[in-house]
Write a protein that binds this ligand. Structure first.
Ligand code: PHB
Length: 406
């Protein structure tokens, strides 16, 4: 079981906290009272996958947060910060146990993290019923900005509608008019199917087939590649992330599809976390995302330098998400002057705006998710290293907050 306290406290302070931990209580009103930590260290629960196909995402998000808080001396609004991490794997049942422990035993003030839309769906009612704030730093399920919205879940990341919506239009205009979609068989994959189909069709394209592969582990990719080639579509749109993206893109290359049918996708499929392992297999893959390593703005330049100095590796979009989440936490707690009463925290989130490494960032109160730019990208060598070169800034995007656009 992975639970780790990230020391933002001296040992003496930590022992004081640990010694003072109250027994678990499960009445919502009592829980709220307990979480209102008015003085002393501010504990934040971090629910992320540190194992399985999304393990690298969890690590990058954590390091992005640590980098931001480290620069503040691990103190926000005059209060020391303590991050308590817990491994959710990609398993809603495991995540349920972990969130209960963080909230009811560790008495965290609020929770962040969550990579998989399936895990977010599994925890949604817990956050809602117990009035626990979750600042979700990845999982993009559209429903949680729409029908399943609750005041207690806000995204600092994106919704799964954004990248495929942007690519649907862009691909119809720039790549081809018939598409086959390939996604993992779970909520995030389904969001990508709906969103891409909507904008691709609106721009005059036609989706000729949809392939759903087993999640989290797709197994042998060979049959899926044969199926994609047999459709005769002019392009593939795919959503994969983490090690599934490595498997898919390598298979696409190894089975010769690169010569036959262009690959497009949500940017996670060729993000910096997977590009080095994919190597030349990824070259020429077109994707849409709200950030690129080569994005030219002062915040990104500083962030990349600092992240490399902190971790000894290059930043990726998940590190940006962690960094921006910490920034949102910082802004939120400054607005409440360090008070963690949940209603105050929620009120403070509305309209938080800053210049992120991704470009302008604004928290939209309607969708409870960011408004940010989308970029059309192409994997090309830059000074001998494969990067997502920006073909076009597609401008700001915000989730519609309902299903009217896919
Ligand atoms: C999701 O499950 O919503 C998800 C997972 C990985 C990503 C993006 C979205 O890279």
């Amino acid at each position: 079981m992975h639970e780790k306290r990230i020391p933002a406290l001296s040992r003496r302070q930590f022992l004081q906290v640990a010694g003072g931990t109250a027994v678990a209580l499960s009445l919502p009103g009592v829980l709220t009272a307990c979480r209102r930590q008015e003085a002393g260290p501010l504990k934040i629960g971090v629910l992320l996958p540190y194992s399985g196909i999304y393990a690298v995402l969890g690590e990058s998000i954590t390091q992005g947060m640590q980098l931001y808080f480290d620069a503040l001396g691990n103190e926000v609004a005059g209060r020391p910060i303590e991050l308590i991490t817990a491994d959710t794997e990609i398993n809603p049942d495991v995540a349920q146990q972990k969130v209960r422990r963080l909230v009811e035993q560790d008495e965290v003030a609020f929770v962040t993290g969550i990579v998989s839309s399936g895990v977010l769906a599994g925890l949604r009612d817990y956050f809602h019923d117990n009035q626990v704030l979750c600042l979700c730093s990845n999982a993009g399920s559209n429903a949680h900005s729409r029908a399943a919205k609750t005041p207690y879940i806000w995204r600092t990341s994106f919704t799964n509608w954004m990248a495929p919506h942007a690519m649907g239009t862009w691909a119809a205009e720039n790549v081809g008019r018939t598409a086959v979609i390939s996604v993992p068989d779970y909520a995030a994959g389904e969001n990508n199917v709906t969103s891409f189909t909507h904008s691709f069709t609106a721009a005059g394209g036609e989706v000729v087939a949809v392939q759903r592969t087993p999640f989290p582990n797709m197994g042998d990719p060979a049959p899926f590649m044969a199926e994609l080639a047999a459709t005769g579509a002019e392009l593939i749109y795919a959503f994969y992330s983490g090690s599934a993206a490595v498997t898919f893109v390598k298979a696409y290359h190894d089975f010769g599809l690169g010569q036959q049918i262009p690959l497009t996708g949500a940017g996670f499929i060729v993000e910096e976390d997977v590009l080095p392992e994919q190597g030349e297999a990824a070259q020429g893959v077109k994707s849409t995302l709200f950030w690129s390593y080569v994005l030219d703005n002062p915040q990104n330049a500083q962030f990349k330098t600092d992240f490399h100095a902190f971790t000894n590796r290059d930043a990726d979009v998940f590190a940006v998400q962690g960094y921006d989440t910490a920034r949102v936490i910082d802004e939120m707690l400054q607005r409440t002057e360090g008070d963690t009463a949940v209603d105050q925290l929620i009120a403070a989130l509305d309209g938080i705006t800053f210049d992120s490494p991704r470009g302008p960032f604004r928290l939209d109160a309607h969708s409870q998710a960011p408004e940010h730019n989308m970029y059309a990208r192409d994997v090309q060598p830059v000074d001998g290293t494969l990067r997502n070169v920006i073909l076009e800034n597609l401008g700001p995007i915000v989730d519609p907050g309902d299903d009217s656009m896919g």
